[in-house]
Design a protein around this ligand. Sequence first.
Ligand code: 13P
Length: 249
Amino acid sequence: MRRKLAAGNWKMNGTGAALSELEALCKSHPDASVDILICPPATLLSRAADTVRGSAVTIGGQDCHAASAGAHTGDISAEMLLDAGATSVILGHSERRVDHEEHDEDIRAKACAAMDAGLKAIICVGESLEQREAANTLDIIGGQMSGSIPDQATGENLIIAYEPIWAIGTGKVPTLDEIGEVHDFIRARLERRFGEGVGRSVRLVYGGSVKPSNAAEIFAVSNVDGALVGGASLKARDFTGIIQALESV
Ligand code: 13P
């Protein structure tokens, strides 16, 4: 059985004042039947780790460097994330693929570093609107998976987030059939590459305009093991609505 995951990606949002939302989230979930992860900006990681201590909430990073240390101004290594209290790291988010020109091979190297350091790598894949309209979605996802997932992946150290780029922050969501088609495809690809045992144990989460109002129907889709949530993870009340929907699947 795969444990469900509700993950929040705060992106470049939040100063110290935002920790009150995290505190409220922890109070609402002293324990939980699903995993709850918040990925705040790096500047808040240590304070966030202190805030969640003793609750069901864990903390993750939004990116890491492929090297463990060195002359890389402005970057953060996987070891540093772990040291700051992170359990996981988001890698290859489409905003990083675009803003920082990250390619599959960069993401694979970062994922290796994260896994070697003992972090779970949440690798993001997803198609653009043009790619979907040209009926290339599955080819794109398949290519991103082969290029960015390291051979050392297991159900313990890998989570895949399917985030259609056109659904991020837009309020647009694919149909449930479209989500199911991609998640089933990802599962089949994982089983083909890693064997049934590992392939079936990797968690697949959906991301893109998930809200309390649409979470339950998305979580009912086959092979959807949770969500990676942007905007609706910033407020404890909204994110709690999503967590509750996941707990009742
Ligand atoms: P929104 O939930 O704001 O659409 O963002 C999704 C996302 O990019 C999570 O990583």
